[in-house]
Design a protein around this ligand. Structure first.
Ligand code: ADP
Ligand code: MG
Length: 688
């Protein structure tokens, strides 16, 4: 009974959501009904048009309606796992083969002569089914005219633990029933000026769009809204910043640190360091973005700054997005600072009890010079004595508020954010506030281009041979898969499956399995085993994406590469080629579409993240809000660059708002302050 449900109520008030599901929703940052409405589909299934079998195109996702001619169970058992159901079906234009792998339990659902709709990717039939031109593998299906036989655009949500597609749809529908309670926070004049739909229309149509035009309008409104909110928060933050002077530190020389390094700095690193040093010794606090491609050596630049700040008697903090990365940083930096009498501590969520209390005391007393850690750094009980430098690594993973909270632990500290993502200046200004820019364009000497190959199921063996060859040379490797466990999507290879297979195939080597569901201790253990070369081959999910640095790793194989964004593939590939040894990256792609081929080609052809992001941009087209209906996940950071036009517009509008009404007191602007205070830590990721 959702009669007296309020849009700001906790999700557990929705019928059917108990403690377990509620917890799973919380893990996705969904607490209220409104949060649920802001959980956008990752893609849509366009089930509006029935296609005839003779007009199907391989690689396209289509809806067909046909009569069942024949149903066969391939395996003798009715075992859910092993049974394969093969169906021959026809419409008036031809026949098609429908195959359900691991679908033995479906056998009885299909009766000869019944009319069914099937929705899925069309591919070329093979083997004995060559008699037909096309097949569909594991499509969704429904008896014609039944409840499941939908003929409209349907949302598809990212599911999760205890969260099923059908449930999420039902809950969101319940939430949409309360759309009268939505508050429009964007000033009416801006809605009118930009010709936008209101929040009620936007949320209804992002979930259940009538057509492409309504998706486009909804997305525009939601993306604009997020950008506006961010820009407004940033301006607000900057106005506070203006009162900051006196961030000057003593100009300590860093020569001793630089000459202690095993390598000579590249020109890009030298220039970056001197630019950043100038910031440190000026009155105004540093507020800078350091951008440089994967592997260019940003960490050592950060170290030079940390050295300078700490040696001048102040404290510094270094925040990384994952525990694996924070621990690795802690280990590396401790080693590099070994001979300099610097007190370094690590703080993550698994450091607890007495140990934690002691660290916290030492931070407060100023005994800790440098604190490295994850989000744990921003907890209330972390209090610094004299925090003068805050560095965040791979900072797009952190929300505005998280960075702000850390910064507020010092009095106007210097702030450096580092990223490998190529971000144009205008975009960065809107997203991160008016940061200064430093770009490192050089790579350490002797780096060879990573040889990248693209293979499919059939030629995959070659990639494994290369993998084995590298391992035999005493090098190490990674195999990356999109998932941990077998998912509802049966044709994806999961890390644990691959791990089981490879353990047999590469029995002479030591393998490890790394994924996000492991505890921190387990992850750390694996990573240090890998670092110490007690593991030769690490099978992993994308947890290894960010920053991991194991120079002896020279080969990577990425399963289902078609599932990853180009920026993500580039980040992943950057885990190899971190020394002067020739490295290899093998992309195993099952994507059959033209776009998918061209994306893989882009990875083969380009070594630089900048080129790849340009190519990505070109392949997807700029800001065509229409184009995504078939292409899946649009709300992804990889894509943000596509909306640069909306971004710039929102940026200008935000400036206007403050120019006309600096204290946000006018009637029209009355909801803005709430929104600014309410900028969600992960809010940005939601829309992009
Ligand atoms: P990223 O910019 O991706 O964070 P890292 O800072 O992790 O890159 O550096 C990548 C690797 O290159 C590390 O192993 C680091 O020690 C090494 N490295 C950094 N600078 C140089 C250099 N000037 N010469 C040789 N190796 C370097
Ligand atoms: Mg890094």
């Amino acid at each position: 009974m959702n009669n007296n449900l309020n849009i700001n109520d906790n999700v557990y008030k929705i019928k059917g959501i108990g403690p377990k599901k509620s917890k799973s929703l919380n893990d996705l940052d969904i607490y209220t009904v409104l949060d649920l409405l802001n959980y956008y589909p990752k893609k849509y299934s366009d089930r509006r048009y029935l296609k005839k079998i003779n007009s199907l195109v391989n690689g396209e996702v289509s809806l067909i309606e046909c009569k069942i001619l024949n149903v066969k169970l391939d395996s003798k058992s009715y075992n859910k796992k092993s049974g394969r159901v093969k169906i021959v079906a026809e419409d008036i234009t031809g026949k098609i083969s429908i195959v359900f792998f691991n679908g033995g339990y479906l056998y009885n659902s299909f009766k000869k002569g019944n009319l069914f709709t099937f929705y899925g990717e069309v591919s070329k039939a093979y083997g004995k089914t060559l008699a037909f031109k096309h097949q569909m593998i594991n499509p969704s299906y429904a008896l014609s005219g039944s409840e499941g036989d939908v003929r409209s655009i349907m949302p598809v949500y990212q599911t999760g633990k205890h969260l099923h597609q059908g449930d999420i749809k039902k809950w969101i529908k319940a939430g949409l029933n309360l759309d009268e309670q939505l508050t429009e926070w964007i000033p009416g004049s801006l809605i009118e000026k930009n010709n936008m739909c209101d929040i009620k229309y936007a949320l209804n149509n992002i979930h259940y769009p009538k057509d492409e035009t309504s998706i486009k309008a909804a997305k525009y409104r939601l993306i604009y809204g997020q950008f506006l909110k961010y820009k407004l928060s940033n301006i607000y933050k900057e106005m506070e910043n203006k009162q900051c002077t006196n961030s000057k530190i003593e100009d300590i020389l860093i020569d001793e640190f630089v000459s202690s390094l095993e390598f000579t700095l590249t020109k890009g690193q030298v220039d970056a360091i001197s630019e950043l040093e100038t910031d440190l010794i000026s009155e105004e606090p540093m507020n800078r973005l350091l951008q440089g491609d994967v592997g260019c050596g940003k960490t050592v630049v950060a170290e030079a700054l940390l050295y300078k700040v700490v040696k001048s008697g102040h404290q510094a903090a270094y925040m990384a997005p994952t525990e694996i990365l924070a621990t690795q940083l802690y280990n590396n930096i401790s080693k590099d600072f070994e001979s300099f009498d610097i007190n370094i501590e690590l703080l993550t969520s698994s450091i607890k009890g007495k140990q934690k209390a002691e660290i916290l005391d030492n931070i407060k007393d100023g005994k800790v010079d440098l604190l490295i850690g994850t989000h744990s750094l921003i907890q209330n009980n972390v209090v610094f004595n004299d925090l003068m430098l805050v560095i965040t690594d791979e900072q797009h993973r952190f929300g505005v508020n998280q960075r702000k909270t850390l910064k507020e632990k010092g009095y106007c500290p210097n702030v450096l954010v580092m990223t490998a993502t190529p971000i144009p200046r205008t975009l960065a200004a809107t997203v991160y506030g008016n940061l200064d820019f430093t770009v490192i364009k050089t790579m350490p000497k002797g780096r060879k281009n990573i040889i990248t190959t693209v293979t499919d199921e059939l030629s995959k063996e070659k990639a494994y041979i290369s993998l084995e060859k590298e391992l035999k040379l005493g090098h190490q490797g990674y195999v990356v898969a999109p998932l941990i466990d077998e998912s509802e999507n049966l044709d994806l290879n999961s890390a644990s499956e691959i791990y089981d297979e490879l353990k047999i195939k590469f029995s002479e080597f030591k393998l490890g399995l790394l994924h996000g569901k492991l505890s921190r201790e387990e992850k750390d253990m694996l990573m240090s085993e890998f670092l110490e070369k007690r593991i030769d081959l690490l099978v992993a999910t994308v947890v290894i994406e960010v920053g991991i640095d194991v120079p002896n790793a020279t080969v990577m194989l990425i399963e289902n590469a078609e599932r990853f964004g180009l920026a993500q593939l580039h980040q992943l590939r950057g885990r190899v080629g971190r020394s002067d040894i020739q490295s290899y990256c093998h992309l195993v792609s099952y994507g059959k579409s033209e776009i998918s081929k061209r994306r893989m080609d882009a990875m083969k052809m380009h070594a630089s993240g900048f080129d790849i992001s340009e190519e990505d941009f070109r392949l997807r087209g700029p800001g065509d809000l229409n184009s995504t209906i078939q292409h899946g996940n649009d709300f992804n950071l990889d894509n943000f660059i596509r909306y640069i036009d909306i971004l710039e517009k929102a940026g200008r509008d935000a400036n206007d708002i403050f120019a006309k009404d600096e204290n946000l007191t006018s009637e029209e602007n009355r909801y803005i302050k709430d929104e600014i205070n309410d900028v969600k830590e992960s809010g940005f990721r939601n829309v992009l």
